[in-house]
Design a protein. Structure first.
Length: 455
């Protein structure tokens, strides 16, 4: 059962960059800025920060410690430590698998938008509006399937190279690149004439949404927090299993959320002021923001547009890849634990092969534009998103908190943390995981289900 322990991160910075790479993804780029703007600017930010400090980092710390303590992937980690919550790891792996399934088609779209902007740059393609490109891209189902599989194959290739040789190496190059390009884009965006409206949208403190619908803001901020910090799905357990006993877990649980939030804010600065200034027409959230509005923004930038466009879509592809590898890894790690005889290549092929099936269905659905049967009336992508972000992730995190708070106890986690330094937040952690996290997670789950119209 100790297969996972055979590999480890090459360096502390490499681990941090990989974990931040997992956290930073489409959630930061298309989710955070818009949700912040719509749900009250600074007021939303405040709730998000409070939730992250008191619940998110406690859960993150727990997952990292569970991984490092057991040296196992998520499925075996819970099996080893728990009687009542044995099956929670399966929940997590299932969830990261669902997210991977819809991340691949989106990653595939990003690659196509990157190619399109490069073609514009070298003058072999004619300009078109964001909406035109988007409908073309979603209609060409053969190409969608192809690029979905390209993205999945790239994910599998990095994971196949192993933890330090693949995931860590890739993240160490990708994350600084992503950060620098985001800064360049943010500078361009906030210096456009008319950018103030976007800044206002994001930052002006608007307490109305808080007063009128506190539960909804809580659901949005809570859902965003799980998704963005890759919580409740075994990713951080799998990454924790490769950690050296000398890695300071407490510090990591502080640095990762801060970096994730800084990048989300930077992404907001790179995107929303430009969208307001240049008037993209597709809307400010989700796939439309990414594939219609922003392409229009680049269109309106004149000569420099395709250059910024190519840079941007490359950057989103890279951000998506550093996340998708962290969705495949828990599955691969768990397979290796359960079937020690299976080679890493075998585990990766099995996991990626299984993910290819739903990924292809989602890409054939073309964002709900196809005639394929719709589960519960939702497009396939929305359905998978709802299932994972709305239900499985909060339930997974709730079960983790209940397991630690009421079965394992905070002491074994504290012991693990103390192997690498003083655990100065021990008291806050124990209170949070036992008394704060469970009721808050229940409330978030309730609000999410209500938001999605399930109850
Ligand atoms: N955190 C990633 C994002 O913000 C998504 C993710 C979820 C990554 C689950 C890994 C596991 O897009």
């Amino acid at each position: 059962m100790q297969n996972t322990s055979q590999s480890s991160w090459g360096s502390s910075l490499g681990f941090l960059l990989a974990a931040i790479g997992s956290a930073v993804g489409l959630g930061n780029i298309w989710g955070f800025p818009y949700k912040m703007g719509e749900s009250g600017g600074f007021a939303f930010l405040l709730i998000y920060v409070l939730l992250t400090v008191f619940v998110g980092s406690a859960l993150l710390l727990s997952e990292l410690a569970l991984g490092r303590k057991t040296l196992c992937g998520p499925i075996s980690a819970y099996r080893r430590l728990s009687k009542r919550f044995k099956w929670v790891g399966i929940f997590g792996v299932l969830s990261s698998f669902l997210i991977l399934a819809f991340y691949c088609p989106l990653g595939g779209y990003c690659i196509r938008y990157f190619c399109f902007n490069v073609q514009l740059l070298i003058g072999v393609s004619a300009q078109a509006s964001g909406a035109e490109i988007f409908s073309l891209v979603t209609e060409q189902s053969g190409a969608s399937v192809f690029f979905t599989l390209v993205f999945l194959a790239a994910t599998a290739a990095i994971v196949l190279k192993g933890v330090s040789g693949g995931i860590e190496k890739f993240s160490t190059v990708a994350m600084p690149l992503l950060f620098l390009s985001l800064i360049a884009l943010a500078v361009r965006s906030v210096t456009l004439p008319g950018a103030e409206r976007g800044l206002d949208f994001m930052f002006s403190p608007n307490l109305e949404p808080l007063k009128q619908n506190f539960l909804e803001v809580l659901a949005t901020a809570g859902g965003q927090m799980f998704f963005s910090l890759s919580l409740g799905m075994g990713t951080m357990i799998a990454y924790g299993a490769y950690l050296d006993k000398s890695q300071n877990l407490q510090k990591s649980a502080v640095i990762i959320p801060i970096a994730d939030m800084i990048i989300a804010l930077l992404a907001g600065l790179a995107i929303l002021p430009a969208a307001f200034a240049l008037g993209g027409e597709g809307g400010l959230t989700g796939p439309n923001l990414l594939f219609v509005t922003l392409q229009d923004v680049f269109y309106h930038m004149g000569y420099a547009g395709p250059l910024f466009g190519a840079l941007f879509y490359l950057l989103v592809t890279v951000a998506a890849l550093t996340s998708s590898i962290s969705m495949l890894e828990p599955f691969v790690a768990s397979l290796s634990d359960l079937r020690p005889k299976l080679s890493r290549a075998g585990s990766v092929a099995l996991a990626a092969g299984a993910a290819a099936i739903p990924a292809v269905i989602i890409s054939l659905d073309g964002m709900g534009s196809s005639g394929i049967a719709k589960p519960f009336g939702y497009g396939w992508l929305d359905f998978f998103n709802l299932l994972s972000e709305g239900v499985i992730m909060p339930v997974g995190s709730l079960l983790t908190a209940l397991f630690i708070g009421y079965e394992l106890g905070a002491a074994p986690i504290a012991q693990e943390v103390e192997l690498s330094g003083r655990f100065s937040f021990r008291r806050i952690y124990s209170i949070s995981i036992k008394y704060l996290a469970p009721p808050l997670l229940l409330l978030i789950l309730f609000a999410q289900l209500r938001d999605f119209g399930i109850i």
